[in-house]
Write a protein that binds this ligand. Structure first.
Ligand code: FEO
Length: 399
């Protein structure tokens, strides 16, 4: 496997082929925990790996240099998928100084006993010379934790971007252009939607900051390293950060006895007009990760549920709870669904949509027991409204 980013700079991380649930994110294609070794007059390790894989990391480093020769261990982010191996690493590297920002030190002290570690606190603009190369630090608070930080190596035009620009994607390859372009850009989109989405403002700021840096390689903490599709990725990040909408409609629903699914299908038929991408998503045939990814660039959304015990179906509540946390903004839509003797499903969805500050296009569309021809006709018209609104929103955001 080619692990060389530049002469003297290597990937030394771990490929996790088995993980399929990353705190709720369904990582169907596994992930990697990336760590990088820079060998110069001084030697620096950039980030570590998840705790169980610390020995793999040490083996990879030892194949390149003696552990006693490591001068710096940079911690760009304290979340345990990157810091978990730090206790093992610091114990194995007697001459290493841990480099992190002030907030990171605080977080690390909550997770680990750091009393024996030599620690150097850095902040934006600080540098450490390794010899021919320099480490330059850029704090990126709330991208996606308070202590998150980038490390830039100007002489190599190389940015270590921790979670930002990552993908949960296990591969024997290390670079973006070694796998199909569509695959890697889609993986980056899934990752953004499920990890970075709530931090659009911080993302936009960081991408803006980066425009003043000369960068031709971005090495994130997960997935492949960007060298060929970097400009495309940065443009995508700009679009995602402001929720730039496509003329795209989602109809997301779950059904008990097919009444809500029949309503969903009528909405779908009404929304299927030229120039609009319409997707019908039954929750039990999809998953949270895929739905969040679809939401990212959708303009309008109809959410449907049958009524169960005066509320929505639990699977619909799960999706809405997950989405509310991801804070997708600027969407428009409405709720729909069936009920029997008691109301509640569509109304509960309507409340969620309002809480997310989405524009509500109409009151919940409801069918008692079965959708009548009149209700189906209403659903068809509501679908058309969703589609025309999607076109308008997409034009507005792109204009
Ligand atoms: Fe990959 Fe926020 O940790």
């Amino acid at each position: 496997m080619n692990t060389s980013l530049r002469n003297g700079i290597n990937w030394v991380g771990y490929i996790d082929w088995t993980i399929n649930d990353f705190h709720g994110y369904q990582t169907e294609n596994g992930t990697t925990y990336n760590a990088y070794l820079i060998r110069d007059e001084k030697t620096a390790l950039i980030d570590t790996v998840k705790s169980p894989y610390g020995n793999h990391l040490l083996r990879n480093i030892s194949a390149l240099t003696a552990l006693e020769d490591i001068d710096y261990v940079v911690c760009n982010h304290a979340e345990p998928d990157h810091s978990g191996a730090l206790p093992k690493v610091m114990a194995a590297m007697p001459n290493a100084t841990l480099v992190c920002d002030k907030k990171c030190k605080t977080v690390l002290s909550k997770y680990y006993d750091i009393s024996d570690w030599k620690i150097q606190i850095v902040e934006t603009g600080n540098t450490i010379s390794l010899g021919k190369r320099t480490l330059q630090f850029i704090e990126t608070p709330m991208l996606h934790w308070p202590e998150s930080m980038f490390t830039y190596v100007p002489e190599e035009k190389l940015l270590f971007s921790m979670d930002a620009f990552g993908q949960h994607y296990a591969s024997s390859q290390r670079f973006d252009d070694e796998v199909p372009r569509e695959t890697i850009l889609q993986e980056a989109k899934i990752y953004y939607a499920n990890i970075i989405m709530p931090y659009g403002k911080q993302t936009a700021k960081a991408v803006e900051q980066l425009s003043s840096f000369d960068i031709d390689m971005v090495a994130p903490s997960h997935g492949l390293i960007w060298r060929n599709y970097l400009q495309e990725l940065l443009q995508s990040y700009k679009d995602w950060a402001i929720f730039r909408a496509k003329p795209k409609v989602l109809i997301i629903y779950e059904t008990m006895w097919n009444s809500t699914s029949e309503m969903a299908r009528s909405i779908f038929e009404g929304a299927s007009i030229p120039g609009v991408d319409v997707k019908l998503i039954q929750i039990s045939s999809s998953n949270l990760t895929r739905i969040a990814t679809e939401i990212l660039d959708a303009a309008t959304v109809a959410f449907g549920s049958s009524t169960l015990n005066a509320g929505m179906l639990p699977t619909v509540a799960t999706v809405l709870t997950y989405l509310k946390g991801l804070r997708p903004v600027g969407k428009a839509g409405f709720a729909f669904g069936s009920y029997g003797w008691g109301r509640g499903g569509p109304e509960a969805i309507d409340e969620y949509m309002k809480a997310m500050k989405w524009e509500i296009l109409l009151g919940p569309l409801k069918a008692q027991y079965r959708p009548t021809p009149e209700i189906r006709d209403e659903c068809f018209k509501a679908g058309k409204l969703l589609a025309t609104k999607a076109k308008d929103l997409a034009e507005l955001r792109n204009g």
